[in-house]
Design a protein around this ligand. Structure first.
Ligand code: GDP
Length: 393
């Protein structure tokens, strides 16, 4: 499907940049328009792929291009005050050509955390196209203010978008790497998953035809109804059809009989689906109780076996208990991989969110205590013991 993507804040902009790189590399055609919004000029300048005309600096009169310093209330205020400037960039988008808006932001910082929900509310008021969000949660070691920002922004953002697709940095932390290098890899993981998902509804002109191709309306229907979504992913490299014991022998491969190969392919696809749903999700959670789900199996069409996808879909139905599980293929002619992506929409059993909220409340209380204590301590310091001194005025 074709998306109008808006990255807000530093992480939002960087992930948007990665989406553009992915789109160029894979020719998936999902990014119809890309706009980056920030209060920090340096972050906007650091982007590589977002066209310069589509970079919107907001809050110049308030913060002079220096960012909001993790103050998400200020981030929200500025986005509201300067919404016309953002709208000015959106006015250049051929909205009739997009299937949905996608707002990308990290929820732990300031600009994205505060601005993303404001922007979502604005877009929903003006356009009929669905408005989705990608919200990135901070790592647990990032400290109280990030946790508090993320918990408050999460609550607000969920209620303003048609669906919030969550990615938890904490679950994807790579040890022993520089933070920047780590983010680069994490961002790659993000766009791979969302790229396949959204690419599924946008069949390119490769001429590769699937058996039951996923349509954008199936993605939209899975995301409809709101709430929080998480994504699972698993992939395998496709080996040459002749090599027996390879991953997926083509149905017409030379090794073994046709039925054997076909049964093998079916089994392999089913286990790939299990690996995707039971492996690391973008937001770890219990999959039982998921409201709606979508399974996409991507790869060269000769490897996409309808029976395998159907069995995977049924398995997902049993595991989630959902009555609304859709499934289909996404033919990618020149790919050397077969990948399964499971979109779990409307998840409710998410211990990580409960933990985040608990920590946020704790941080809020500690911050209040510290503020009160330091106010008292400062008064103690400034005033003389017996209050004999008089201020000048
Ligand atoms: P803003 O510019 O004020 O919106 O703040 P940021 O976008 O820098 O948000 C800070 C949060 O984003 C922190 O929780 C970081 O963990 C996270 N973050 C920063 N850069 C990246 C990135 O490139 N990728 C991801 N996944 N997270 C990031």
């Amino acid at each position: 499907m074709k998306l109008a993507m808006i990255g807000i804040g530093q992480a939002g902009g960087k992930i948007l940049d990665k989406f553009l790189e992915y789109d160029e590399r894979t020719d998936s055609g999902i990014v119809r328009s890309a706009i980056a919004v920030n209060t920090a000029k340096a972050d906007l300048m650091g982007l590589e792929k977002v066209p310069e005309d589509n970079r919107v600096l907001i809050g110049q009169s308030r913060v002079k291009g220096h960012g909001v310093g993790a103050d998400n209330e200020l981030g929200a205020e500025i986005a509201e005050e300067d919404i016309d400037e953002i709208q000015g960039a959106i006015d250049n988008i051929p909205v009739h050509e997009v299937d949905a808006f996608l707002i990308i932001a990290a929820l732990g910082g300031g600009t994205g955390s505060g601005g993303a929900p404001v922007l979502a509310k604005h877009l929903k008021r003006i356009y009929t196209e669905p408005v989705y969000g990608i919200g990135v949660l901070p790592g647990k070691d990032e400290g109280g203010i990030y946790t508090l920002n993320a918990a408050r922004s999460f609550q607000t953002f969920v209620s303003e978008v048609d669906n919030l697709l969550v990615f938890d940095n904490d679950a994807w932390r790579k040890s022993g790497e520089s933070i920047q290098g780590g983010y680069d890899e994490i961002n790659e993981e993000i766009v791979t998953r969302f790229g396949i998902l959204f690419g599924a509804g946008e069949v390119t002109g490769s001429g590769d035809v699937g058996e039951s191709v996923v349509d954008s309306s199936e993605i939209i229907n899975t995301l409809a109804g709101g709430g929080v979504s998480t994504i699972g992913y698993a992939s395998e490299t496709v080996e040459n059809s002749g090599s027996s014991g390879g991953f997926l022998s083509k149905i017409t491969g030379s090794g073994g009989s046709e039925t054997e190969d076909s049964a093998n392919t079916t089994n392999r696809i089913t286990s790939l689906v299990r690996k995707a749903a039971l492996g690391r999700l973008t937001l770890p959670c219990e999959i039982e109780g998921t409201e709606r789900a979508l399974l996409v199996v991507a790869g060269p069409s000769s490897y996409l076996n309808r029976k395998g996808i159907e069995r995977g879909r049924k398995w997902l139905e049993e595991q989630t208990g959902s009555m609304e599980v859709r499934g289909g293929d996404y033919p990618v002619g020149d790919s050397s991989q077969v990948a399964a992506v499971t979109l779990l929409s409307g998840v409710t059993n998410v211990p990580r969110i409960k933990e985040l909220q608990g920590k946020a409340v704790e941080a809020q209380e500690n911050m209040d205590d510290i503020r009160q204590e330091s106010e008292a301590a400062l008064q103690d310091l400034v005033e003389d013991e017996d209050d004999e001194l008089e201020p000048l005025f």
